[in-house]
Design a protein around this ligand. Structure first.
Ligand SMILES: Nc1ncnc2c1ncn2[C@@H]1O[C@H](COP(=O)(O)OP(=O)(O)O)[C@@H](O)[C@H]1O
Ligand SMILES: CC(=O)N[C@@H](CCC(=O)OP(=O)(O)O)C(=O)O
Length: 300
């Protein structure tokens, strides 16, 4: 037999990659994946393009992606420019009325439309909305107890217009997805009291993932996943393991709402939540369509 006409090994490897993806393509067609795209993960334009391509590819193979984005660093930069001081308590930004207005401007005005443009650039169709649109999310004011390190007591901190979702009306997401459109959601919502609330993007994404009973919930950030005290990746965690890492201070800052969100999501019916490194090109595709999992998987 003359084998001269065989494709070169690199081409064959590409074909193998596609066949490796086949069982995953079959398993996930028709399912909903919620993707939380963190503000730290969106800094690099090339990575942003990769991210948009991944989302468009998911849609093209019959998965319904719903993107929920953050923008903490970008809100911080705008506040600084405008000379407004800001502080965080347990990973949540204390939000007065002015900060809420600026957060809405940056999240729903600027970042949301930028992500829609990236998706359009990758050949997809997206609609950018916030939790306010079509009553997607109703928020209520968050009350936080926090430990006072000086006195060793719990005290109540008023975070201002920081909200948490109390109700999710999924109809707008279903309508958009059914029409072939990828919903892109900014973490701003209205309360029953008529106020605008700033919601941690992880929390917002988790509530939406739970309501949609998403097959997968990805949180793209700027670290490899949950790291232990020595800086090594913890690839697998259940709620008890997370409590232990929170209690001994291994998990802190912005990672707190992230892991709490994962626990809530899996306890409310999401199959699996994965904290992924958004600095890796096509991190999501590798996680979904290849045998090599990455990041930290949170399960029941
Ligand atoms: N145990 C931990 N493992 C990984 N990251 C941690 C841990 N504890 C705290 N962090 C911090 O959490 C950050 C991720 O949260 P955050 O900054 O809110 O990201 P994003 O903007 O993507 O939501 C990491 O960059 C890191 O500084
Ligand atoms: C209440 C609260 O903290 N809201 C966040 C919303 C944006 C966000 O969560 O962005 P990342 O996902 O990039 O961190 C904030 O104001 O920064």
């Amino acid at each position: 037999m003359n084998l001269d006409h065989l494709p070169d090994p690199a081409m064959l490897a590409k074909a193998e990659t596609l066949t490796e993806a086949l069982p995953y393509l079959q398993r996930y067609a028709g399912q909903t994946f919620v993707v939380k795209y963190g503000g730290h993960a969106m800094g690099d334009p090339e990575l942003a393009r990769d991210f948009a391509e991944d989302v468009v590819l998911l849609k093209a193979v019959g998965i319904n992606p719903v993107v929920v984005h953050g923008g903490g660093p970008q809100i911080g930069a705008m506040l600084k420019k405008l000379g407004v001081e800001t502080q965080f308590v347990n990973g949540l930004r204390v939000t007065d009325a002015e900060t809420a207005r600026i957060a809405e401007m940056v999240l729903a005005g600027s970042i949301n439309k930028e992500i829609v443009s990236w998706i359009a650039g990758a050949g997809g169709r997206a609609t950018g909305i916030s939790g306010k649109d079509a009553g997607l999310v109703t928020a209520r004011k968050v009350g936080r107890e926090t430990a006072d390190p000086l006195q060793g007591i719990e005290r109540h901190v008023d975070l201002g217009f920081v909200g948490e979702p109390v109700a999710v009306d999924r109809r707008i997401l279903d309508t958009l997805s059914a029409a072939g459109i990828i919903p892109v959601v900014a973490p701003i919502a209205m309360g029953a009291d008529g106020h605008t609330y700033n919601i941690n993007a992880d929390t917002m994404a988790g509530a939406i993932a739970a309501e949609l009973k998403a097959a997968r919930f990805f949180l793209l950030t700027d670290v490899a996943g949950v790291l232990d005290k020595s800086g090594a990746l913890v690839s697998d965690l259940d709620p008890a393991g997370i409590e232990a890492l929170k209690a001994d201070g291994t998990i802190s800052g912005g990672m707190i709402p992230k892991v709490e969100t994962c626990v809530n999501a899996v306890e409310q019916g999401v199959d699996a939540a994965v904290i992924l490194d958004g600095r890796i090109p096509h991190a999501m595709l590798l996680e979904i369509f290849t045998r090599q999992g990455a990041g930290t998987l949170v399960h029941r």
